[in-house]
Design a protein around this ligand. Structure first.
Ligand SMILES: N[C@@H](CCC(=O)N[C@@H](CS)C(=O)NCC(=O)O)C(=O)O
Length: 210
């Protein structure tokens, strides 16, 4: 079966695409915009009324939310070993990080990139943006402390949680006064390791000449 993925560069759909590459599953991309000035396509809004990507289409079903899509795909294609199975003691920690990334870190990024949605007056937008920056610093520190000397989010084993972490680091931007990844040495170490994977190099165009 070929999956379809609503997709834009620099978006959360890139992480799901990396997962599809790692799982060696066929997929096609459906281009979508995440610009503030471009309306979302009616097709996307029908599948996800929030207007967010990624949305994955599998057979007759459409799924949104990065963490859910990632878990769904990893559980379906277990041979790649991207997620601990249901009976694996590491399963809880895997879910913990996926949920934490999507509910906390991603939300802090939303506050930064879409700050108007978090206040009812433009007068407060700068304050929301400032808070998003301090929030990002707090949350990345939590991740960094948790990783400690480990190689990966789950200790000594690579998983889709590391792909998710890598994706989130790519959203840290000096244009938004965000902290730099290198401020969090343990996170940086995992992001560097993930960036060496062929799947990531392909999706993020890391080997492209320009
Ligand atoms: N919680 C959602 C968030 C997805 C999300 O924030 N997607 C962004 C791109 S990274 C988006 O679609 N932004 C467009 C918008 O918010 O209008 C998930 O994990 O899938």
């Amino acid at each position: 079966m070929t999956y379809s993925l609503y997709y834009a560069e620099n978006s959360a759909a890139m992480g799901v695409r990396v997962v599809l590459e790692e799982l060696q599953q066929p997929y096609k991309l459906i281009a979508e915009s995440i610009d503030m000035d471009t309306p979302r396509s009616p097709d996307l809004l029908e599948l996800n009324p929030n207007g967010w990507i990624p949305v994955l289409i599998t057979g007759d079903t459409a799924i949104y939310e990065c963490g859910a899509i990632t878990t769904y795909l990893c559980d379906l294609h277990t041979e790649a070993g991207l997620a601990p199975g249901r009976d694996d003691p590491a399963r809880g920690r895997f879910l913990q990080w996926l949920f934490f990334f999507s509910s906390s870190l991603q939300n802090a990024f939303q506050m930064s990139y879409y700050s108007d949605r978090f206040c009812d007056s433009v007068d407060h937008q700068a304050s929301v943006k400032r808070r998003s920056v301090s929030r990002l610093r707090e949350l990345w520190q939590v991740v960094d402390d948790a990783v400690g000397d480990d190689d990966w989010m789950l200790g000594n084993r690579f998983s889709a949680a590391d792909i998710y972490l890598f994706m989130l680091t790519t959203w840290l931007s000096p244009d938004h006064d965000h902290p730099e990844t290198k401020e969090f040495a343990n996170v940086q170490r995992i992001a560097d390791a993930v960036s060496k994977r062929a799947s990531v190099r392909l999706v993020y165009g890391l080997d492209d000449q320009s």
